[in-house]
Design a protein around this ligand. Structure first.
Ligand SMILES: [Zn+2]
Ligand SMILES: [Zn+2]
Length: 163
């Protein structure tokens, strides 16, 4: 969605609301298409005494393999963002979003805001047991017989030397 903001910039007190579904099903992340359902975007742009701000929230689901056990799982996310919009010459481009032609591509902004806020690790659950490094079994499902206390052969040699 592209927001037309000319009038909003010109009139103090002006408010514009929006709500739509953003389709990111084609978006590729880690060679996958993890946005399994449309992103629900809702928010408003408002002009308070000449300062234009954008307040919006996104809600979406993602389907990705767990970083520990590799099982695909789905999780829901909800983020809120606030950005200050300026017509031109932002001194600090990290803090303000420039809209020189009074048009804001909300799809592009929402995608970059979402990517910046995704967790760095995707875990199916906080206490996911992961895969056994020895036999490859998924420890959430199969408690394997591999010994936890097995000593690294190199350390075993060291142990012998220290005796
Ligand atoms: Zn897992
Ligand atoms: Zn094992």
């Amino acid at each position: 969605m592209v927001l037309e903001l000319k009038q909003l910039f010109e009139i103090a007190g002006e408010v514009q609301t929006f709500e739509y579904e953003l389709d990111l099903s084609e978006y590729e992340l880690f060679s996958l298409h993890p946005f399994c359902s449309p992103v629900h975007v809702t928010g408003r742009v408002f002009n308070t005494a000449g300062v234009v701000e954008l307040d919006y929230s996104v809600q979406f689901s993602m389907e990705l393999p767990c970083d520990r056990c590799m099982d695909e799982f789905q999780s829901n996310y909800a983020f809120s963002f606030r950005n200050t919009l300026v017509a031109q010459n932002a001194a600090d481009r990290d803090e303000y979003i420039e809209v020189p032609d009074f048009r804001l591509d909300l799809d592009e902004l929402a995608l970059s805001d979402i990517l910046l806020h995704l967790p760095s690790k995707f875990l199916c659950s906080e206490d996911c047991q992961g895969l056994c490094p020895k036999c490859g079994a998924n420890r959430n499902r199969t408690p394997c017989q591999c010994s936890e206390k097995e000593i690294d052969p190199r350390l075993a040699v060291l142990g012998e030397l220290l005796k």
